[in-house]
Design a binder for this molecule. Sequence first.
Ligand code: SF4
Length: 425
Amino acid sequence: MGLRYYIKTFGCQQNKADSERIAASFEARGMKPAKGYIDADYIVINTCMVRQSAEDRVYGLVRNLGKLKLKPRRSRTAGLKIIITGCMVGIAHRDKTGKMLQKLKERMPEVDEFLPIEEVGFDNEPIRTSKIHAWIPISNGCNNFCTYCVVPFTRGREISRPFEDILNEAKKLKEKGYKEITLLGQNVNSYGADLILGKKNIQVMEDLNKKYFENSKVNPPIGGQKSKLQLKIKKLKFNENLKLKIENCKPVYVKHLGRYRIPTLFPHLLEEVAKLGFEKVDFISSNPWDFSDELIDVIAKYLNITKTIHLPVQSGDDNVLKRMNRWYTSDEYLRLVANLKLKIKNLKLTTDIIVGFCGETDEEFENTVKLCKKVGFEKAYIAMYSPRPMTAATKVMKDDVPYEVKKKRWLILENLINKPPLKKN
Ligand code: SF4
């Protein structure tokens, strides 16, 4: 009997898409999927670190699988191998002191291999479970360093896949009869900045602003007359990895907090994918600060692009947003929402909100409630803040909102957005 693998995935859609690539790498080595843990020779656990509870579930699972390792396995020839990948391994590999990896090894002696997800490439076609819907990862990682978020540490800096590789993957899926696709990235709508500027030049917005826009008193580069700034942008050298054959594919910029964000190619990519004729094209997760007018126009123009947009707000209070290092004010967010509502028919908005972030007062929380009432979200993923390793909030702020207060605030928003009185019956 040939070797079999089993993959257990925790966390977000990005992890699910990564697991499809891991499956492909096993099948390329001649292995077949197992029905469950019991008949597997290789068990891969794709981990998530978004909350402590997600990590704790991994520790519990590995402990139980360790017991399985000790049992004689009549049906299997080889000994069971346990492989851990995903966020817990990502953060440990980025810790240059090596202490985090050492800690993981000590905490989970049952594990045979700690595999960084970057070592699983895009060479093999992912093994997809659905024949109708497919995930297409377009970028990985994040440069934004929101102070509560562990993603820049678990997945590293944002890296975009080449434009043409993504389009080719989408074309193949269309030929195979797939009807729906979702473009995936931690910041899906900042796609392409590293392709345009080169990875080394992608800094936080302030640095980029100084480098490219210093002393510039001209208009934003999008729309309107050609300005000196636009000419300057045209001179930006495209990275050689960017093999764009699309005419007029110029970088798109958005201004938030008085500064220009990084250039992105996402509106162009989304348009090219929509033109392939899928029944539905979706994308997650987008951030307000890279949501350009061009992107709104593309969504409005193509019927097959989703009209349900996930737009994480996290808080409706400007001081909390600042402490979170989110690059917009509540007013800017509301202006963006107004623009989306104006241009996109049948728009539905969903969001992410964190309650009880470090120092959040009753008044600050009230501002979030007010913003939610103004927007009218269809759905919200509401989380009570919990500190995550290596983040700025953990290092320099205090997790000082009591659990009971967090829970109360969570309930208020949950009842307001996800379980309003009319939806209860
Ligand atoms: S929450 Fe902030 S830091 Fe985390 S992935 Fe999203 S944009 Fe990046």
